[in-house]
Design a protein around this ligand. Structure first.
Ligand code: ATP
Ligand code: MG
Length: 434
C-alpha cells in the first residue's frame, strides 16, 4: 500500500470539532468591525515578490528568510517571468489594492480583511507556516484619534470574546526623519560593542540597526536594554501625537504600558506602534500587533497618505480561548429525524423540507443511509440533537409523528402532522430563552 501523504509541516487542518470555535470568533469580529463602520476587502494570496520587498523592507526576517517564493513561469501572453510570493502579511497587498483601485487618494477608508498568511518559520505552538490573520487598515487619518479607535476595537473584541489577561503595550517610533538621527545614535552605541553582537545584529548594524532592538536572542538582552532610548529622541510633533493618544486611551478607560523597546518587526511603521500581549501562550505571546505607517502608501507609488492598522493572529487567539476554557455556543442540531421504512422515508423527507420552509432557523438533520430503529436512535444521540423526530409505518398510518427528548428525561409525545410546525416553533422559542 502506498504511504499516506501528510500535511506539510507547520500547515494545519482545522478539523470539524474546532471549526465551531473559529466560526464563533469570526462572527464576533465581523459584527464588531461592521458596527465600527469598517468594510471588508479581499486580496489575492499571491503577489509580486517585489511588493513585499518594497513594503515590508529588504532587511527584515520576513523578506530575508520567511517568504515562500513560487516557481517563476511565463504566462501565456508571453510576458517576462517575474517572481511571485505567497503573502506573508496583508498590509502590503491591501495598500497595493487600495492604490490600484483608487480607494486611497484624498479619501478616508476603514478596511479589514481575513485570511491565511505564509511564513517559512520554525513551527512551534502559536507559530505556523500557514496561519490566519485578521487585519484592519485605515487610510487618510493623520491624528491619534484613529490610533485610539483601532486600539478600542481590539480591546472591545477581547471583552466580547470573554478573554482575560491580554495587556496593551504602546510606543512611538517618531517620524522617519527623527528616526534617522536616533538610528545614528544606535549605530554608534552598537559599534562600540561589536564583539557582543550576534550574527544577525552584526549584519543589521549598518542596514537596519533599529531591528537589533527587536532581537529575540536572550544573549542580546542586556546590551539592548542599555541602548539609547527612542523616547528621548522623538521629534516634537510625534511626541505630541503620542501624548494625545495616551490621553485618548485614558479617556476611554483602556489601560496600557509604555514600552520604549517595542519597535515591531516590519520597516514600514512610524509613530504609534502597539502590541497586545498575554503571558499564557509561552513565547508566542503577541496576539495582535499594529501601528501607524504614514510612509507606506507613497513608498508603494501612491500619493502620501497617513495610514494606521493592526493584524491579529487568529490561531493564537483561538489557543487562548481554549486555554481560558471559554465556552463555544452550542452547534448541535435541534432535531434528528428518524425514518424507518420506505413509506416513512418518502413522507419524512417531505416533512423535513416543509419544516425548513416554515422555520428557517431550525437545525434539522435527517437520517440518511437507512438502518433500523435502534441504529438510527444511536445516530440521533451521537448527533447531539436535542430531540428525535420519529416516523415509522405505524406513525404514518395514524397521521402522527413522534417527538422524543434526547438530552432530558421525558416521554415521547405523538403529534398530529398538522400541528407539528406550530409545536416545534414553540419548542425553538423556549430553547432560545434558556
Ligand atoms: P512574532 O514576533 O511573534 O514573530 P511578528 O512581529 O512577526 O510576530 P506580525 O507580522 O506583526 O508578527 O503579525 C501580526 C500577528 O500575527 C502577530 O502578532 C501574531 O499574533 C500573528 N503571527 C505572526 N506570525 C505568525 C506565525 N508564524 N504563526 C502564527 N501567528 C503568527
Ligand atoms: Mg515574526
Amino acid at each position: 500500500m502506498a504511504n499516506n501523504i501528510q500535511s506539510i509541516r507547520g500547515m494545519h487542518d482545522i478539523l470539524p470539532d474546532s471549526t465551531p470555535l473559529w466560526q464563533h470568533f469570526e462572527k464576533i469580529v465581523r459584527t464588531l468591525l461592521g458596527n465600527y463602520g469598517y468594510n471588508e476587502i479581499r486580496m489575492p494570496l499571491v503577489e509580486q515578490t517585489d511588493l513585499f520587498k518594497r513594503a515590508v523592507g529588504e532587511v527584515t526576517d520576513i523578506v530575508e528568510k520567511e517568504m515562500y517564493i513560487l516557481e517563476n513561469r511565463k504566462d501565456s501572453e508571453g510576458s517576462e517571468p517575474f517572481s511571485m510570493a505567497l503573502r506573508p502579511e496583508g498590509t502590503a497587498g491591501c495598500v497595493r489594492a487600495g492604490i490600484q483601485a483608487g480607494l486611497i487618494f484624498n479619501q478616508q477608508q476603514r478596511l479589514w480583511y481575513a485570511g491565511p498568511m505564509f511564513r517559512a518559520e520554525r513551527p512551534q505552538k502559536g507559530r505556523y507556516r500557514q496561519f490566519t490573520q485578521i487585519g484592519v487598515e485605515t487610510f487618510g487619518f493623520a491624528g491619534p484619534d484613529i490610533d485610539a479607535e483601532l486600539i478600542a476595537i481590539s480591546a472591545r473584541l477581547w471583552k466580547q470574546l470573554g478573554l482575560r489577561n491580554i495587556h496593551l503595550e504602546i510606543n512611538s517610533l517618531g517620524t522617519l526623519e527623527a528616526r534617522q538621527a536616533y538610528r545614528q545614535l544606535l549605530v554608534d552605541y552598537f559599534s562600540d560593542q561589536q564583539e557582543l553582537l550576534d550574527e544577525d545584529s552584526k549584519r543589521r548594524l549598518h542596514t537596519n540597526p533599529l531591528r537589533i532592538l527587536d532581537s529575540k536572542n536572550p544573549a542580546m538582552r542586556e546590551l539592548v536594554a542599555a541602548a539609547p532610548n527612542l523616547h528621548e529622541h522623538l521629534d516634537t510633533e510625534s511626541a505630541e501625537h503620542f501624548s494625545q493618544l495616551q490621553s485618548l486611551l485614558d479617556g476611554m478607560g483602556i489601560p496600557y504600558r509604555l514600552n520604549p523597546r517595542l519597535v515591531r518587526g516590519l520597516d514600514y511603521y512610524s509613530r504609534t506602534v502597539f502590541e497586545w500581549v498575554t503571558d499564557e501562550l509561552g513565547s508566542q505571546g503577541t496576539v495582535c500587533a499594529g501601528g501607524r505607517y504614514d510612509g507606506l502608501v507613497e513608498q508603494l507609488g501612491g500619493r502620501p497618505t497617513p495610514a494606521c492598522g493592526f493584524a491579529m493572529g487568529v490561531e493564537r487567539l483561538i489557543l487562548l480561548l481554549e486555554t481560558q476554557n471559554i465556552p463555544t455556543p452550542a452547534t448541535a442540531p435541534d432535531l434528528f429525524m428518524i425514518m424507518a421504512g420506505d413509506k416513512a422515508i418518502q413522507a419524512g423527507l417531505g416533512f423535513a423540507e416543509q419544516l425548513r420552509d416554515n422555520l428557517p432557523d431550525l437545525r434539522l438533520v435527517s437520517n440518511c443511509g437507512g438502518g433500523n430503529f435502534k441504529t438510527q436512535m444511536k445516530r440521533a444521540d451521537k448527533s447531539g440533537a436535542a430531540f428525535a423526530l420519529i416516523l415509522g409505518e405505524n406513525e404514518i398510518e395514524r397521521g402522527e409523528i413522534g417527538l422524543k427528548p434526547l438530552r432530558t428525561k421525558g416521554e415521547q409525545i405523538n403529534l398530529p402532522f398538522s400541528s407539528l410546525t406550530a409545536h416545534l416553533s414553540q419548542l425553538l422559542e423556549n430553547a432560545k430563552q434558556h
